[in-house]
Design a protein around this ligand. Sequence first.
Ligand code: MLT
Length: 410
Amino acid sequence: MIRVNEHYLKLQASYLFSDIARRVAAFQKAHPGKEIIKLGIGDVTRPLPPACVEAFHRAVDEMAAAESFRGYGPEQGYPFLREKIAREDFQRRGAPIEADEIFVSDGSKCDVANIQEIFAADVTVAIPDPVYPVYLDTNVMAGRTGAFADGRYAGVVYLDSTRENGYVPGLPGRDVDLIYLCFPNNPTGAVISRERLQAWVDYARERRALILYDAAYETFIRDERLPHSIFEIEGAREVAIEFRSFSKTAGFTGTRCAYTVVPKGCTAWTAAGEPHSVHALWLRRHTTKFNGVSYPVQRAAEAVYSPEGRAQCRERIDGYLRNAALIRREMTDLGYECIGGDHSPYLWVDTRMDSWAFFDLLLEKANVVCTPGVGFGRCGAGYVRISAFNDFEKVALAMERIRAALRGRA
Ligand code: MLT
C-alpha cells in the first residue's frame, strides 16, 4: 500500500496565490464584461529589457549552429554569469563573495523551498509573520511542524512583524536554528537597517544558527544607507545564505533565472557535533537534482549587467516605484494607514476590517485584485497587500475605482 507523506495533510487547502487566482477566475466568469485590474501577485508587466532580449536572440542563434551549439552546461551556472554576479552584485558593494559561491537556478521560489532539505528534520525554525508562504509550507511538508491551529503551526517560532516593531521582527526569546528573513519585505514592504541586520548576524553567530536571507526585492532600495545584501554585514559569511532573483530586477518572472549565494564559511553540524560545509552540501544537492538554467537565459541574465541593461532595468523599477508612490498617496488620502512602497513594490494597508472581506470589496466594487494579508499569516489579519506591478495607466485607473468604492469608509 502506497502511503502519503502525512505532513502534506497539515497544509492549508491550497497555495495562497492559487486560491486567489481561482476566486478571480470565478468572478470574471460571473461578470465577463468587467475589466479586472490585478494588483495581487507580484508579477511584472513590463517586457524584458531590450539588452536582455538581444543577448537572448544571439544565444539562441548560437544554439542553432553546429560550431557554437551547447548541450548540458555546468549545474551551478556558466562562469560568465557567476563571475559578473560576484563582482557586480557583491564585491562592488564591499561584500566578499566569490563566483564559486553563486548557484544559478531557475527561480528563488524553488531555492528557498529546497534549501531546508539539507538541514536536520528536527531543527527549530524561526519564520516571520506575515511571511511569503513558501518558507512555512515547505517546512510543514518536511515534517518540521505540528498541526495547524488558530492560524499557526505548532513547533514553529513565529517572528511577529507588527506596527509596534516597525514590521521588522526582534530577536527570538529562545534558541532557534534556521531563521528566515526577507528584506525589502514581502509582503509588508518594510526594510531593515544595517544595525538591526547586524544584530541578527551576531545572534546567529552566537547560537550557531543559520539565516536564510531572501533579497529578491533588493533592486527597489533607493536609500543607499540600507544594505542590499546580508553579506555587507560583518560576520555574515559564516551564518547566512542569500537568495536573489532576476524576476523582479529584470522582468524574468516568465523567463526564469535566479541565484543563491552559499558562502564557503557557513557550517552546519551533525548531532555528534561534527562540522560540515553548507556549501558542499548544497553543491551536492544542486548537482544531483538540477541540470542548470538554459544557456540563452543565462546570456540574457548576463546582459542585465551591461550599461544598457542596467539603465533599462532601472527605468522599469523606477516605473514600478512611481506606481507604488501613487498607491500609497491615494490610500493614505482615503484614510488608510500603509507602509512599504518606497523601497519595495508592495504596500501593506491596514484595512481595519477582515482581510478577505476587503479583498472581496475591492474585487466586487472596484474590480481590482489585491492580496489578503491574513493569507501571509496571523499578523496579517486586517491588512491587504497591494502590488505596484502593473502599468501606470492601469494603476491610476485602479486607484480611481478604489477611491470611488472606498470614499468615506475608512
Ligand atoms: C508574490 O506575489 O508574493 C510573489 O510574486 C511570489 C513569488 O515571487 O513567487
